[in-house]
Design a protein around this ligand. Structure first.
Ligand code: CA
Ligand code: CA
Length: 302
């Protein structure tokens, strides 16, 4: 199996990126990832200001997918996520939802064993997930700390082993990169860190030709989720809802008005994260209402 080493990293997603590896459609490959601090936190005496900020949030890549062209959809299957035996949780002054109350820097190095993390005397089952995963955007440059239409720092806890994420291809080869694994994170990521870990992800990518969507789509065992971001959480909710209603209308061949009503009865809006430069939510469409294959088939091309 091809292994892509975590010494190959980017710090922003932009249209012109030089790929460090090429994979074929259907090929199974492994990507090694750094933790979001680039493994600089080695003791609980360290704080955010004692490390080099220029290397925060590295994403391994970019990976060129043979045959992917603008206007296609990438189907990225997350086959497995393996993580290190410890992770890092951190708070810092002025960070997170309670920024004004967070006056101290605190770092915890938390052991992970037997699929549990051990913290405050509790053994908590982990749910390893990918914080940053995305492709080259159509235009603009997006730091790996930001989510947007290309994916990026979506910090969505459902992006985990066994799920499939779909990205709109906007540059030749797609140019995928990923990093920032979390052993566990609650919706919101409220203090500004998950349980930050180093790890490796096994992926398989397929290309679906001529399907145009605005925002990434995630398929889990029970739902299809539109992951959208905005300046505010309200903007993110509006964007996710807009695309979800479009999918319901085209997938079920019903009017926009019917889809809007049906969405109100069946679609959940869940918060992904509220602490990054843009906020992220997901609109959760149950497969019982519209299965993912049908939803993807009904997406039109440009
Ligand atoms: Ca993140
Ligand atoms: Ca993180």
């Amino acid at each position: 199996m091809k292994t892509i080493h975590n010494s190959n990293v980017i710090y922003s997603f932009k249209p012109n990126m030089t790929p460090i590896e090429t994979v074929e459609s259907g090929e199974v490959f492994k990507v090694m990832t750094n933790d979001c601090f680039f493994q600089q936190i080695t003791s609980e005496d360290m704080v955010l200001n004692s490390i080099d900020h220029s290397t925060l949030n590295p994403a391994t890549g970019p990976i060129f997918i043979s045959g992917a062209e603008p206007g296609d959809l990438l189907r990225v299957k997350i086959l497995s996520i393996n993580i290190a035996d410890h992770g890092i949780s951190m708070i810092a002054p002025g960070e997170g939802v309670l920024a004004e109350k967070a006056k101290n820097s605190v770092v915890k190095i938390i052991p992970i064993k037997d699929r549990c993390c051990h913290i405050n005397g509790l053994d908590i089952p982990i749910n390893p997930m990918i914080g940053v995963i995305g492709v080259a955007p159509g235009d603009g440059e997006w730091g790996t700390d930001s989510p947007w239409k290309h994916g990026g720092n979506m910090d969505t806890k459902d992006i985990c082993e066994g799920t499939t994420i779909y990205f709109p291809v906007r540059q030749v080869g797609g140019l995928l990169a990923l990093g920032d694994l979390h052993a566990i994170m609650g919706d919101g990521e409220i203090c500004f860190t998950g349980l930050e870990v180093q790890g490796e992800v096994i992926l398989m990518i397929e290309i679906i030709k001529h399907k145009a969507v605005t925002w990434p789509i995630l398929e889990t065992s029970y739902a299809t989720m539109v992951i959208a971001s905005g300046e505010t959480i309200d903007d993110a909710i509006k964007a996710a809802t807009d695309q979800a209603v479009e999918h319901l209308a085209s997938g079920l061949e019903i009017s926009w008005e019917e889809a809007y009503m049906l969405a109100s009865l069946t679609v959940d809006i869940r918060i992904s994260q509220v602490v990054d430069p843009k906020k992220t939510v997901r609109a959760v469409i149950p497969k019982l209402i519209l299965n993912t294959d049908k939803l993807i088939r009904s997406i039109k091309g440009f």
